[in-house]
Design a protein. Structure first.
Length: 142
């Protein structure tokens, strides 16, 4: 995929790490690179979606496509209102660094560690369940 940033309008937010954007005449489903937010029905899922909505919905987003995932979504670095979305979600404690896909995003790990240390967001829980474990147990989108 091209590493050229696109300027797009965010027209929908599915959850804390997935949005839909209109880039010219094309609609694109975008998965935020290197993070995994709680699923919509999982604890802190609604908060993660709300945070992404406040930051990006009906805003211009800079989207730098990296690859396509197995669901056909564009995996991309995204910034809205001048803020890196992955960093924002991690600082708020509303996502995990998704280690298997975080190569080149090493700067994110300290943000997660800080949120965890300060008990922000999902880190108020003693043992928060990562979304990949939740999906394994309950299925996608649960």
């Amino acid at each position: 995929m091209s590493a050229t940033a696109l300027l797009c309008l965010v027209i929908a937010v599915a959850d804390g790490d997935t949005l839909t954007a209109r880039c010219g005449l094309q609609k694109m489903q975008v998965r935020i690179a290197a993070i995994d937010a709680p699923e919509r029905r999982q604890r802190f899922g609604p908060e993660a979606r709300s945070r992404l909505t406040l930051l990006c919905w009906q805003q211009r987003a800079h989207i730098t496509p990296l690859e396509k995932d197995k669901y056909g979504r564009t995996v991309a670095q995204v910034s809205c209102q001048g803020q890196d979305v992955a960093s924002t979600q991690l600082r708020a404690g509303l996502a995990w660094v998704y280690t298997p896909y975080a190569h080149g995003f090493e700067y994110l790990q300290p943000l997660q560690a800080q949120a965890r240390m300060e008990h922000r967001g999902l880190w108020v829980q003693t043992r928060p369940q990562p979304p990949w474990s939740y999906r394994q147990r309950y299925g996608r989108g649960h």
